[in-house]
Design a protein around this ligand. Structure first.
Ligand code: ADE
Length: 226
């Protein structure tokens, strides 16, 4: 899968994909992340990419031309499955959306800045608008990093133990059960006996039960959706 990210702050996205699972996904050739700065494509002087909004009002707006020139260049090089705009007024991102995106071949993610991007880019280029939550970030970069991480880790072949993603919270519509590691007794706090019983069926049943309990306590609305 190839992800092209359009950002005026590529430095902000230099590190998130260079570690751990994202690094492995790239070194295995399963994920490519490319960063592009619209400043490098602007026809305006001094790398200008934003301007005052028509009609007045506080805050600058990202101009359409630098974005369109860059988008046209990318789209001439390959076919994209989605052109995504990160925005707090987009559709709320969730595991189901991550699963769907993980099966795509090429996607573009546009990070907004300032007051946003000229709406004509949204109307004529963007195919999907994603929000990562009901709060406003100072730019789309951190939101894009969240989406790339959530999508990248579930690309088939990225996780070593294929089953581990299956037991993630939300992957089956429920929260994950609690997990424990050594020592079996830490400061007098023992791990649940059942995990030491050696019977995989009993352990699976316990995990399922814990998963339902946690979901009921913390996110009861998820159980209603099932
Ligand atoms: N840009 C600013 N806030 C955002 C959010 N909550 N989700 C996605 N992109 C954003």
């Amino acid at each position: 899968m190839r992800i092209d990210i359009i950002t005026v702050l590529p430095e902000l996205l230099a590190s998130p994909f260079e570690h751990s699972i994202m690094k492995r996904a790239q070194s295995r050739g399963l994920l490519e992340v490319h960063l592009h700065n619209p400043r490098d494509y602007t026809p305006y002087k001094q790398g200008q990419v934003d301007d005052y909004q028509f009609g007045g009002g506080a805050g600058m707006v990202m101009m359409p031309e630098p974005l369109a020139i860059l988008l046209d260049k990318l789209k001439a090089e390959r076919t994209y499955d989605e052109v995504i705009f990160m925005t707090p007024d987009g559709v709320l991102f969730n595991q189901k959306a991550a699963n769907t995106l993980s099966l795509k071949e090429n996607i573009i993610i546009i990070c907004g800045h300032y007051k946003g991007i000229d709406d004509r880019i949204r109307q004529h280029y963007v195919t999907m608008e994603i929000s990562i939550g009901d709060y406003v970030l100072s730019g789309g970069e951190l939101a894009a990093a969240v989406v790339v991480d959530a999508v990248g880790r579930i690309i088939p072949g990225v996780l070593n133990d294929e089953t581990s993603a299956l037991f993630d919270s939300f992957q089956d519509g429920m929260l994950a059960p609690p997990v424990y590691t050594r020592p079996a007794d830490f400061r007098g706090w023992p791990v649940p006996d059942i995990l030491l019983c050696g019977d995989p069926k009993k352990i699976d049943d316990w995990r399922q039960e814990q998963s339902i309990k946690r979901t009921g306590e913390r996110r009861p609305e998820l159980l209603k959706d099932m």
